[in-house]
Design a protein around this ligand. Structure first.
Ligand code: PXP
Length: 243
């Protein structure tokens, strides 16, 4: 199967906000990413709007020709309203705290089952596909399937850390088990966090039913040296199993 590359463009907004003004222009970044081959655009608005703003999300929605994925914590009513107004192809629910630097854990799908069933129902009723961010833990995958979510997004920071430490066989194992169980239970599988040009291909090779990866930080860092268009193509190449 083809694994889609969704490019997270939050870092463009971080750079823009450092100086005020509109350079770089995040709407143009979305248009260019698509032009350069991205098969999706991801944004992660946070309640303090420190990078992508809520207005950016609405502006970007107007230019999306691929898949639009909005990530965030649905405990914030403002986030729920934004997603319902923007109507992306997919919403990825992430249990991050307001001031958190970046996402650092997945949902406890057992403890938050009722909340998730409720909010997932709201988004699905609006025709928006739902993915929930979880650790590669079989109990969490099993309970995720009971929330009616369409997909799970496997939180790959632990994989990336162990891969970098040279323990790639150990790193991939929990993700393989989680993905196998998820596809048996009928869930689609996304993955993201700390994926990069070095660890992406091994991950793709070992997770057979991988629908989408969403990548921000490393891809944008690479683009500073290699150019945005070239970098997107290099990441897409890593997603081809037979490279
Ligand atoms: N998936 C989720 C849920 C995230 O919160 C993030 C970071 O915003 C990513 C994927 C992308 O992670 P990275 O920026 O490390 O590629």
């Amino acid at each position: 199967m083809n694994t889609r590359l969704s490019v997270n463009i939050n870092k463009f907004a971080t750079l823009r906000n450092a100086r005020g003004g509109n350079n770089p222009n995040v709407v143009k970044a979305a248009i260019d990413a698509q032009l350069f081959g991205a098969e999706g655009i991801t944004v992660h608005p946070r309640p303090d709007e420190r990078h992508i703003t809520y207005q950016d999300v609405l502006d970007i929605k107007k230019v999306i020709t691929t898949e639009f994925n909005i990530e965030g914590n649905p405990s914030e009513q403002k986030f729920v309203e934004l997603v319902l107004a923007a109507k992306p192809d997919q919403v990825t629910l992430v249990p991050d705290a307001t001031k958190q630097l970046t996402s650092d854990h997945g949902w406890d799908t057992i403890q938050h089952k009722d909340f998730l069933i409720d909010i997932i129902g709201t988004f699905k009723k609006a025709g928006i596909r739902v993915s929930i961010f979880i650790d590669p833990d079989l109990k969490m995958v099993e309970a995720a399937a009971k929330t009616n979510t369409d997909r799970i997004e496997l939180y790959t920071e632990m994989y990336a850390r162990e891969f970098a430490a040279g323990k790639k066989e150990m790193a991939i194992q929990p993700y393989q088990s989680a993905a196998k169980l998820a596809s048996t239970l009928g869930l689609g599988i996304n993955a993201g966090h700390d994926l990069d040009l070095y660890n992406l291909h091994y991950f793709r090779q070992h997770i057979s039913h991988l629908d989408e990866v969403s990548i921000g930080h490393a891809l944008i860092c690479d683009a500073l040296y290699l150019g945005f268009e070239n970098t997107i193509q290099l990441y897409k190449r890593q997603l081809q199993i037979a490279v």
